[in-house]
Design a protein around this ligand. Structure first.
Ligand SMILES: [Zn+2]
Length: 272
């Protein structure tokens, strides 16, 4: 089955991974900007990273027939440096008209601090000013519920925001309902060590239905599995779900959500 991985950090993966993804049916990926494993030292470090995301990664993906999309921001882990964050936010518009840029992300919270909230809101302000979509990272494990609440409160108190153009990622059983009921899109991340498993993601689809739900691998430089979306497809098939339902989650929904971005160029082979 053709599928679209809506959240994967391909800069951290090998070219062999692209080949494997293509063989498993991946036709498109969307890559949010994220933390490199160390704090970048200057705005020029981010400028080089954004060039990698908008120039070289689409080329590398193209070798395997995969359409590559990206999102730009400074990660919440680096938001304690508010002055550097502001320099990066001011520089992002240089890249917003590059082909394949879908919006601002993944912004969010990490430890739910005051500075993280300030930098989060300044990113949202940039997205509103430039009419960009937003992709949001919610914190891990014990910080997730409170962080998700804080993010939803900040977003829902802003009447200018079109919630149908915001994707809140890494939802789990205790946060997904809040995100969907507020009118946002929700992404489930399939990770081997934390976040969701394919079986838990299938349970969530069974419970809430497929509307505005996405499934991603969030493959990165840590323990993660870039082929996690096919694992979800297999789990759904095992449970006897129709192909049309599975396809809605792994293919139609990403195209519907991302299709609202002016940088969206479709996916290879899609006639719809
Ligand atoms: Zn990520």
């Amino acid at each position: 089955m053709d599928y679209f991985d809506p959240h994967i950090h391909m800069v951290s993966r090998t070219t062999d991974d692209y080949e494997t993804l293509a063989k498993m049916g991946c036709v498109a990926v969307s890559e949010p900007a994220f933390w490199a494993g160390f704090d970048r030292g200057s705005v020029d470090g981010f400028r080089d990273y954004f060039r990698q995301l908008t120039e070289f990664e689409p080329t590398r993906a193209g070798w395997y027939g995969i359409q590559h999309y990206t999102w730009l921001c400074i990660n919440a882990k680096e938001a304690e440096n508010v002055s550097l964050s502001r320099e990066v936010i001011a520089m992002i518009p240089e890249f917003l008209d590059q082909p394949g840029v879908l919006g601002i992300g993944e912004i969010g919270l990490n430890k739910n601090t005051k500075n993280e909230s300030i930098v989060f809101q300044e990113h949202v302000e940039l997205a509103l000013k430039t009419d960009e979509q937003i992709l949001i990272h919610t914190p891990h494990l014990e910080d997730k519920y409170q962080g998700t609440r804080m993010i939803l409160d900040m977003l829902t108190s802003d009447s200018r925001l079109n919630r149908a153009r915001v994707l809140v990622d890494h939802v789990e059983e205790h946060t997904v309902r809040h995100v969907l009921e507020a009118g946002f899109w929700a992404g489930m991340t399939l990770y081997p060590v934390s976040k969701c498993t394919p079986a838990r993601a299938a349970d969530i689809v069974e419970r809430y239905g497929p509307e505005r739900l996405l499934v991603n691998s969030a493959g990165d430089w840590g323990p993660s599995k870039p082929t996690a979306v096919p694992d979800f497809i297999l789990e759904m098939r095992r449970r006897g779900h129709p192909e049309s339902l599975i396809r809605q989650v792994v293919y139609d929904n990403p195209i519907r959500f991302f299709g609202q971005s002016r940088g969206f160029r479709g996916v290879p082979g899609d006639a719809s």
